[in-house]
Write a protein that binds this ligand. Sequence first.
Ligand code: ADA
Length: 566
Amino acid sequence: MYRLFQTHQIRKSISLPAFWDLTVPDKKTVKTPVPGCIESIPAYSSYKGKCTLETTQRFSGDLRLTFKGVGHTANVYLDGRHLGSHYGAYGEFSFILKDQSDEAHRISVEADNSYTEASALHISNDYYSYLGITRPVILEQLNQAYIQWIHITPMYVNGQWTLGLAASVENISGDRLDFKLKFYLSASDESVENSPDVIGSTDLPVQLEAGEARIFECSMTCPEVTAYMPDDPVMYFVHGQLIRASDTDASAGHIFDDLIERFGFREVKVSGSRILFNGVPIKLKGFNRHEEYAEFGSSVPLPAMQRDIMLIKDTGANCVRTCHYPNDERFLDLCDENGLFVWEEAHARALTEAQMRNPHFLEQSRLTITEMITFHYNHPSIFVWGLLNECASETEYGRACYTELIDLIRSLDSSKPVTFASCKGDKDICLDLVDIVSYNIYPKWYEDTPCAEFIAGCVDFIRTHGGAGKPILISEIGAGAIYGYRTNTRCKWSEEYQADALSEQIPAVLNNSECSGVIIWQFADCRADESWFAKRPKSQNNKGVVDLYRREKLGYEKVKELFNKT
Ligand code: ADA
């Protein structure tokens, strides 16, 4: 079971070896764990370039091979035959393997984390682009057709919950298929057969021509259910099933594929300057969190994810921003189960107009957005989709890109608001494009202006330049501190300085009635590229309130004091 709940009762998966053969050019082949980052091997801690990861597994018939994340560009081969390639470390991609002979097959992945013109989003930056198969690989046995994804849209109308249901189904057989697509609403991920947990169902007859993939939609009126709320994160399951009418007994039918998705009965709306979560205005107190953990890099072990969630909740925070890319869905599962509000964002950080004019930028941006929404749509914790952190929203060209990509987000999911984090102060020309206006500001670190005055200046500009009547978030604010650097001078880079800065920054935001919340930069220190222009101490972004190993700085307790005061 890959997720934190069962995603199949019918479809079977085949486990793959835990260790694969790693070959770096001109180096000896070694065994390495998958998932994992190559940088976890001391000899490769700063390696930039290509590597090959290979394994052998016996299987036969029709299968789907899914990669949850490969950093950052992958070319995949089966028995030496090129299956295809994928760009972007933070998006899921799959291959259908047809008519495989019953023998041991060789899966090879050539991964590349170098920075070249071909990579518009992974560039030398204030976070690290790791190399390898950094998220899990899933191999599943298929049978003629399969459900690729199910999207569940809860709607509360006239005191009644209904679900909008959409499922993408692909016919991988060589024949036209007639079957039934059935949806069960259940309180559990256990089998729905004769289950007391089932509280609703609907179905629709479908036909698919050979090789055809199509999205099927319907709705379901729901009985009395419990709404998903942060302090009571009750979730339900939709079981999708493909049922072929049986040759003899049509009522029986043969289930030949299934997919189980988890969700919560919640709606997110923007109403004037407030963000409403099931009709309740929310005030966010959160952290920006890079997906990284010390020497494990971006391949964060599940216990470490859980520890982060516990530390974040311990401070009284209610929100996490997945800066600056889509996260591992197991972390999102944990956020769902803990009732945290999640701002998930597509991959991009601080691209200039020139960098946005990279010929691959728009195509790669469309891909990260489409993958993020396609595969993370149902998480009840996600309250907003973000994109293009601190990109060129002060330029006309940048505006054209923001416009196109925000339209794409809305075409894929019209049920959630959209935002981007701006650092352009009184130069931003894109604030009218979003539902929530978000600013990254650093009074007490990059500027010495008193916080309250600085925030008031931002609000004045926002209200008169496209953000009138919209919720405002301070999506980044904080200060640096070197873990262990303690001094009664309380000078910059000391833990004392960071705690002092947060003491002014956090109340200035939370006490400003125009702001819907504060998201501190950042939860934990993270690795920056050694080649990045703004040489940071230890080649790390040191603004975490804990360090790479989650050792708490003075700032951690200060945040806990302040978050629990308001
Ligand atoms: C920006 C950026 C963050 C980080 C931060 C900082 O706001 O969005 O990724 O680089 O600055 O630490 O200066």
